[in-house]
Design a protein around this ligand. Structure first.
Ligand code: AGP
Length: 615
């Protein structure tokens, strides 16, 4: 997620902006930039791809004037790769207005075309520059920065936090937010804006959160907040509870805790801009050409990404009626697989640099398959080697154990499945709309789990610090969830953990069950007439009869499970294909909590790397 800092006050903008961006580094980014209005009224901008140090070194060798008004930004690339030109701030046509942005402007293409038709020129591929040009044009009419921004945000769709300033109006920074965060820092003779309080916590602990569809104008001695129509709004000041040192992770105890908290946003942002009039509209598949003649899909990935692929298999087969195989990238590549022009290979990778998957993608391209990548990192190698890419918008994932990216990958695969169903006519529009509604309801349901169950799961984990082995059972779409839960425990708590298809128990694994053996069971909804619920409940009875300690993840109100489970972790109701989004969240939390209860390094587990760039 991008980092944003704004400042008005003393002649120290550069210190505030660069210090704030440093504290926002935890948010992950791939470029950074600042703009400052100097005492002589000139505005200087400097922006560089790469880490903040690249910008700092550049400013060392080519200093810019300090000043009392400034904005700063760290960018996580969404539209346009991580380059100097795509870095923020972006400028208005006359170079006197600077703008920074966090989020996704869904309708930027049509706005950009409108500007191009009227002679505007662009220096970047970003949606942000469209907003900068638009606000600059309004400013030429109004000479009022707040009014100019207000007029533009009324035309924007999507998620955005915008900050603007103009060389002709030193001492003023204006911000607007919709669906992306923005907070105000209140100083004495100075005021701040930030994507979170980490941006200014070293300067002030007095803060005010800005609500949805609100605009804020800060001056050294005043802060004015209105709604998008210009009406004043009530604001409430709060005290920042943690100190600057905790701000490396935005106040979270670990990156993993922060990233689990972002799971709702990761799903919502991956959907954003890809649904119109209730139907999926996935333009990213267009480079693949005609998909009607695809007769087979092969999903290739490693680790957690492969489990996302297994969930994608169920949905894509259900909606497109194309047979789907899921293969581990490192196995696929060396087994001389059968590929034709009618094969669609879908690779899944958070980092986009996993060598096993990259080599498998190259193999598939060389063997004439159509290759689509699902990736969370703009401009990474795997998307560049593929024919098309659907980016997940989970934001940067720093913790080695993948959480929010997994959910974003499943979201992207479900969107692909619905798009294929639409293109091939195997889904009627009302069926697509119904599934889109289910998908759009997922973020709120995940948020409910995070708010209700986190403490209970932490307590469960603290009880299990001496446990040496944990099994996970699931059927159908619950099976990939069981595999993912087991992998988290291996990675995070260094415990032998194994996921099984519940039906496989009696074919061997049930021999592992002895008194006290902990078994997590992912229980399907009992509401679905074809549900495997009765079979899973009898699996629970089988292992309980042999002394297992059963922790069931089951739908709220599922009374049939209660008599047979030692613990039940409730999840909200959802359609069968959508239950995995919810059932996996307690397993992510459990893995993290058990790791921290054992005093292990939650974010950097032993022997592991975030991106495995060797085969
Ligand atoms: C997941 O928690 C692990 N860190 C690991 O299995 C990971 O999913 C795998 O290495 C694939 O990484 P990628 O998504 O970046 O390709």
């Amino acid at each position: 997620m991008c980092g944003i800092v704004g400042y008005v006050g003393d002649n120290k903008s550069l210190e505030v902006l660069l210090g704030g961006l440093k504290r926002l580094e935890y948010r992950g980014y791939d470029s950074a930039g600042v703009a400052v209005i100097g005492e002589d009224g000139t505005m200087d901008t400097r922006k560089r791809a790469g880490k903040l140090q690249v910008l700092l070194d550049d400013l060392e060798t080519r200093p810019i004037a300090n000043g009392a008004t400034g904005i700063g930004h760290t960018r996580w690339a969404t539209h346009g790769g991580p380059t100097d030109r795509n870095a923020h701030p972006h400028l208005g046509a006359d170079g006197k207005l600077a703008l920074i942005h966090n989020g996704i402007i869904e309708n930027f293409s049509e706005l950009k075309q409108e500007l191009l038709d009227s002679g505007a020129t662009f220096s970047s591929e970003t949606d942000t520059e469209v907003a900068a040009i638009l606000v600059g044009r309004e400013y030429e009419q109004t000479h009022d920065l707040t009014e100019s921004l207000r007029r533009v945000v009324a035309r924007l769709e999507g998620a955005f936090t915008l900050l603007v300033m103009h060389a002709d109006q030193p001492g003023i920074v204006v911000g607007a937010r919709r669906n992306s965060p923005l907070v105000i820092g209140l100083g004495d003779g100075e005021n701040f804006l930030g994507s979170d309080v980490a941006a200014f916590v070293e300067f002030t602990r007095r803060a005010v959160a800005i609500g949805q569809d609100q605009i804020v104008t800060i001056r050294p001695d005043s802060v004015v907040v209105t709604d998008f129509e210009g009406a004043p709004v009530e604001t409430e000041e709060f005290e920042i509870a943690w100190d600057a040192s905790a701000s490396e992770k935005g106040g979270w105890s670990s990156f993993m805790a922060k990233e689990i908290s972002e799971e709702p946003e990761a799903v919502a942002n991956t959907i954003l801009g890809r649904v119109h009039d209730g139907l999926v509209d996935l333009k990213e598949l267009e480079p693949l050409g005609d998909l009607k003649d695809i007769d087979r899909i092969v999903i290739i990935a490693c680790g957690t990404a492969a489990y996302a692929g297994m969930l994608g298999k169920y949905a894509i087969e259900q909606w497109s009626r194309i047979p789907v195989d899921v293969e581990l990238s490192h196995e696929f590549r060396y087994r001389n697989p059968i590929l034709t022009e009618r094969t669609l290979v879908i690779s899944i990778s958070q980092s986009g640099e996993t060598m096993d998957t990259l080599m498998a993608v190259k193999y598939a391209v060389d063997h004439k398959a159509k290759v689509l990548s699902v990736c969370n990192t703009q401009g990474a190698t795997i998307p560049r080697e593929s024919h098309a890419v659907v980016y997940t918008h989970a934001g940067p994932e720093v913790a080695v154990a993948s959480t929010k990216a997994f959910l974003a990958q499943v979201t992207a695969l479900y969107l692909i499945g619905l798009e294929l169903g639409k293109l091939r006519g195997t889904l009627a529009d009302d069926e697509i709309r119904e599934n889109v509604r289910e998908l759009q309801a997922v973020p709120e349901k995940i948020a409910e789990i995070l708010s209700v169950s986190q403490a209970e799961i932490a307590q469960l984990a603290h009880w299990m610090t001496d446990t040496q082995s944990v099994l996970f059972l699931g059927r159908n779409v619950g099976y990939p969830v069981a595999l993912e839960g087991a992998l988290k425990l291996k990675e995070l708590a260094y415990i032998h953990a194994e996921g099984f298809a519940a039906g496989e128990l009696k074919h061997g694994p049930i021999a592992l069950i002895e008194p006290g053996q902990v078994v997590f069971v992912v229980v399907p909804s009992p509401r679905d007439p074809n549900s495997l619920h009765p079979k899973v409940v009898s699996n629970i009875q089988e292992i309980r009869a042999r002394g297992a300690r059963v922790i069931a993840i089951a739908e709220k109100g599922d009374a049939a499970v209660l008599p047979f489970a030692d613990e039940v972790i409730p999840i909200p109701l959802a359609g069968s294909l959508f239950e995995p989004f919810l059932a996996v969240v307690p397993l992510h939390i459990f893995g993290m909590e058990l790791s921290s209860a054992k005093g292990l390094d939650v974010d950097q587990p032993r022997n592991l790397a975030k991106s495995v760039t060797v085969e």
